[in-house]
Design a protein around this ligand. Structure first.
Ligand code: COA
Length: 703
């Protein structure tokens, strides 16, 4: 990313408004007004061939007529004129274009959009949009948009794919009292996309938290990379997951994918936390912009009401920060500052009599205690207490501790006096919410952030013992034969080249070969039909297990061929696999798809009904670390089965974790070759005894 160019576009020292208008109500007029009303200090140059002057400023026929250098052009002329204007801007040496104009790819005209981006790039310019509202920045006094005003001032910055939503959010920043430095409309993302915005906002000194409204990502891989590198918290509200997911489903794995799960995993891998809805986006943005991550597990709640304390306790569990009793020494200290009928356990109940002093003393003691990783203060408005005085005492106590690396969150349940006190707290850097549930959700966000951040820093696992050339040989042989589906044996050869433990197998094309291979592998064996036209071998009567004698090999060889012919008369039959019969183990499934947004993505779950009926599966964008593989094993609902339930010995999770990573490594390394694949079933044995990939399938990319 050329920072100089991006700065020119998003923090311009001078702007031309191409399509500026003297007519009230036109976007070209509103943008001009907004630049003036936001007290923008840079030069503003209206461009309009028909006007001499707009809003008191000299008007130019073209950007080429301006003598001074121009950083950015805000374009508000109809779509058909934009391409010509891009040329003029390029010749003028403008750095970035904020293209407000609609009528490009969003209405099917991809070609015109492509044309303006290509032209812009040829001149070294970047394009934001088209189809945007514009850019608002408090720290630059820059309202280069047709949003009504700059947002309520603060340190979060929001990037929105929806222009209308951005305008709505702009207004709500005031009613909610949640401050933003920048609101950036990203529109069609013809050029500048979320990955660029994460990178740019991460280095922006006025942004403390990056908030995203996402409908769909372009360049998902780079979003993950830039998210991982980012030093600031990032939160995303992702909409429209379900419809998109269903459309992409082509294969078994694909149908289980559903983009919402893939997005969730990808965001986790990027260290980006998610919001569940718009309210939640605001609430979480507030806490992430004001407070540090919660690094440990221990939340202490201090309250003046038992009811909100219990509600908060329930919410704490719901949002991943379950409460524990405070240690004895902390309880003893707290008891000195509360009535005997209160409780110091956790929640610490100061009772309804609690005034500013009690809050001050207990907050200070609690925040300073090593055991406490995050503090939540609850207050129910009472007749004898002053909400603002309590707010001030909380702030004073926190300041006196000098601690900056632990979070504190406040929740007031009350009326107007409480609202005012909460505003005061927010203005003074302490997030405050109108209910314990929201406050605990916010603490959960800080914990989640600390967790995904740590995970995202993990480096993907690499292997030095893989044999890419061998895998490519197998693939190119199949391609030469005009096939885009590898046989089971070929698939296993590819898996094996990447270090996966597959069952030993050979293809027999005659009864004699079948017998000789069976003797070589050793009884019992499994026999399976090999045909690119028969994917579901069992349905076709093409599988025999536990074959124990030469006689049975002979018998089943002919039977399997006959069944296959009966199932599909014109099926191409390549032979019968004679395969080592792996002993029974816990069945798991590994699958991969080439996701259009994120590239190769791995699915993992337990086999059988877990995957077919319960869809109990999890995803990760490949490649990833062993810790991510361990997380995958933990986050499926059937996880306890792998750990050993009802007296069963635990499964070999170490080997399974390594296998998941190797599989991810394979699909990532061969992303141009493998369109989808699965290892199903993988039989996992007791701890220390490894596993076997019993069946394998690879579908190649179309070339
Ligand atoms: N250079 C400079 N100015 C030009 C020009 C050129 N090559 N060609 C035309 N203009 C002027 C027009 O004369 C007009 O000025 P005027 O009011 O003095 O006559 C001005 O540019 C605007 O052109 P006009 O034809 O009046 O268009 P408009 O204002 O009705 O609409 C857009 C222009 C860009 C606003 C409209 O095409 C559009 O895209 N609207 C949707 C934008 C949107 O909603 N974006 C965000 C989605 S979330």
């Amino acid at each position: 990313m050329d920072i100089n160019v991006m700065n020119g576009m998003l923090q311009p020292k001078s702007v031309a408004v191409v399509g500026a208008s003297a007519t009230k109500g036109k976007i070209g007029h509103t943008v001009m007004l907004n630049l003036q009303e936001s007290k923008y200090k840079g030069g503003v140059y209206p461009i309009n061939p028909k006007s001499e002057e707009i809003l008191g400023l000299k008007c130019y026929k073209s950007v080429l007529d301006i003598e001074e250098p121009i950083d950015a052009a805000i374009i508000t002329v109809p779509a058909k004129f934009v391409s010509g204007i891009v040329d003029e801007c390029g010749q003028k040496g403008i750095k970035g274009l904020l293209v407000i104009t609609s009528g490009f790819s969003e209405v099917g005209d991809e070609a015109l959009e492509q044309e303006i981006v290509e032209k812009a790039h040829n001149y070294g310019m970047r394009v934001l949009g088209p189809n945007i509202v514009g850019v608002c920045s408090n720290s630059d006094n820059f309202n280069g948009s047709f949003a009504p005003f700059l947002p309520f001032d603060g340190t979060a910055s929001l990037v929105s794919q929806s222009g209308a939503l951005l305008i709505g959010i702009d207004a709500q920043t005031y009613t909610r009292g949640i401050g933003f430095d920048k609101l950036i409309s990203i529109g069609n993302m013809s050029d500048v996309n979320f990955a660029d915005m994460i990178e740019w906002l991460d280095q922006d000194k006025n942004t403390s938290c990056i908030s995203l409204y996402v409908e769909g990502l372009k360049d998902g891989k780079r979003v993950i990379e830039n998210g991982r590198k980012a030093t600031k918290p990032i939160i995303a509200l992702k909409s429209g997951v379900s419809a998109h997911g269903a459309a992409a489903a082509a294969s078994h794995t694909g149908s289980l994918a559903g983009t919402s799960k893939i997005y969730k995993s990808a965001f986790d891998q990027a260290g980006i936390i998610q919001a569940s809805d718009l309210d939640n986006l605001f609430d979480r943005t507030l806490v992430l912009s004001l407070q540090p991550p919660m690094k440990g597990d221990n939340v202490l709640i201090i309250t003046n009401g038992g009811g909100v304390g219990v509600l908060a306790t329930d919410s704490a569990e719901k949002f991943g920060v379950p409460l524990k009793f405070a240690p004895e020494n902390l309880q003893e200290d707290l008891k000195k500052y509360m009535p005997s009928f209160g409780s110091a356990k956790n929640p610490v109940d100061l009772t309804g009599m609690a005034g500013a002093d009690w809050y001050h003393d207990t907050v200070k003691i609690g925040f300073e205690h090593d055991w406490v990783d995050g503090l939540v203060i609850l207050y129910c408005e009472t007749a004898m207490t002053d909400p603002l005085a309590i707010a001030k005492s909380i702030k004073k106590a926190i300041d006196e501790t000098g601690i900056k690396d632990k979070p504190i969150i406040v929740s007031y349940v009350g009326g107007e006096r409480s609202d005012k006190a909460m505003r005061w707290l927010v203005e003074n850097g302490i997030p405050a919410y109108g209910g314990p549930d929201v406050a605990l959700n916010a603490m959960g966000a800080l914990k989640e952030y600390a967790h995904v951040r740590e995970l995202s820093k993990e480096v993907p696992q690499t292997y030095s013992d893989t044999d890419r050339e061998k895998a490519l040989d197998v693939i190119s042989k199949a391609r030469k034969e005009g096939r885009d589906a590898l046989t089971e044996i070929e698939s296993k050869q590819v898996f094996s080249a990447y270090g996966l433990d597959v069952t030993h197998a050979k293809i027999a094309t005659s009864e004699e070969e079948a017998i000789s291979f069976a003797e070589e592998i050793g009884f019992p064996i499994v026999m399976k039909i090999v045909s690119p036209d028969i994917l579901h071998k069992s349905d076709a009567g093409g599988v025999r297990v536990d074959v124990n004698s030469v006689e049975d090999v002979k018998k089943f060889y002919n039977e399997i061929l006959a069944n296959a012919k009966a199932y599909k008369a014109d099926a191409e039959i390549l032979g019968v696999v004679i395969q080592e019969m792996a002993p029974w183990g816990t069945e798991v499934i590994l699958g991969s798809v080439n996701d259009p947004t994120f590239g190769p993505t791995v699915m993992f779950g337990l086999g059988g009904i877990f995957v077919e009926v319960l869809k109990d599966v999890t995803f990760r964008v490949a490649p990833f670390s062993k810790l991510q593989a361990a997380q995958m094993m933990e986050e499926i609902q059937a996880a306890p089965i792998l750990s050993g339930v009802r007296g069963e010995a635990p499964r070999d999770k170490e080997k399974l974790g390594d296998t998941i990573c190797r599989y991810a490594n394979m699909v990532s390394d061969l992303k141009d070759e493998i369109s989808e694949s699965d290892a199903n079933p993988v039989l996992v044995y007791e701890k220390g005894n490894g596993l076997k990939v019993a069946d394998a399938r690879i579908i190649l990319t179309k070339k």
